[in-house]
Design a protein around this ligand. Sequence first.
Ligand code: RFL
Ligand code: PHB
Length: 402
Amino acid sequence: MKTQVGIIGAGPAGLVLAQLLAQQGVESVVLEDRSRTYVEARIRAGILEQSTVDVLTEAGVGDRVHREGLRHDGIHLQWPGHREHLDFSALCGRSVWAYGQTEVVKDLINARLATGHPLHFEVSDVALHDVETNRPRITYTDRDGVAQTLECLVIAGCDGSHGPSRDLIPSTVRHTWERTYPFAWLGILADVPPSTDELIYAWHPDGFALHSMRSPTVSRLYLQVRPDEDITSWSDDRIWSQLAHRLDLDGWQLHTGPILEKSVLPMRSFVNTPMRHGNLFLAGDAAHIVPPTGAKGLNLAVSDVALLARALADLVVKKDGARADAYSENALRRVWRATHFSWWMTSMLHTTGDDFDAQLQLSQLRYVATSRAAAASLAENYTGMPISDDGAGWSGSDPDHT
Ligand code: RFL
Ligand code: PHB
């Protein structure tokens, strides 16, 4: 079999890339080792930056997010006795949307299958070959157990943090940076209407808590826990009472309901460079991981492939390699900005057990809540850098800037 772009992974990165390439007349084959049901049910991120919604719209899969997504024009920052609202529209003129990754993935799979272009689930033994040549290949076993070879012009490694693609970059050119954090999140999905209009990010001496949401009837909440936390020691009652305790504010009440899912997520920052080696291009979690505090993981995956789709269309259709040559550097500018912001939000909001750290965190929270400049910095990072080929940043995005 032959294709122009072989895409490994049907997560947000691989599926958005396939959709954007198809729109530009570039053929691709998507290979995914999990089942469609598994991929569509995997509960992960929930906040989409405006640029992400724009890319999904441009990719022809924006209808449902516009219809069912909940637009948020700010967040609440909380510490004991205080809940301060940051108004993103006033601070930077941008918004975010609460819309689950499960729904983004369902929309993308439906769109891909509707075009009739290949998307193969439940493949195994995926291996990449000759990525430094003009004829890279992917070998795999299809769901019927038949060995297959896919000849490509380029390969897009969109296979997440545990996929095989990243390892094809030789150690002589590869550089990685990593930070593991001394805490994790216990996340729940609950069948109860959100108790808040905007997300609440709460600092508390007993640990961070976050109130998010998926729809007008489903809430998503998180608690800071130890990385080795045993989930079986967290009964539903214990989870709700810790959430109520950490999110407590006079005159406000947390509504509880049936817990549909609970899991512990480790927290890590990781960056792999370069994001291109020969005719292998990495995108999304295959190249970088951020802790979820900044809500950036899914958004970075989408911005990577927005840049990559243009680069690959130029390379494959026009035989113009300029954007492909600049891809790694341009994508990494956004990646490092999001890596810093996610680390900063994580450091500001998670208790370490150290009293000095706690005082610095409270001082920072008061500063962000009272200084327009500090609040605007959080707002423009949270709502995300506009996507541009040269990673030029935010110039021109300030509504007051002429
Ligand atoms: P994905 O979504 O992991 O997709 C990669 C796909 O590649 C497939 N794959 C393979 N396919 C074929 N052959 C192989 N050998 C393969 N190996 C892997 C996988 O099955 C999968 O379908 O990466 P992508 O597309 O880059 O998207 C990135 C986002 O999914 C990710 O950044 C976020 O979800 C991160 N993240 C969260 N981000 C947030 O902003 N907020 C959250 O609350 C949040 N929760 C999470 C998360 C990531 C998690 N993981 C990865 C541990 C919760 C979890 C559990
Ligand atoms: C979520 O809704 O899952 C969510 C929201 C904000 C974050 C992380 C996760 O920072």
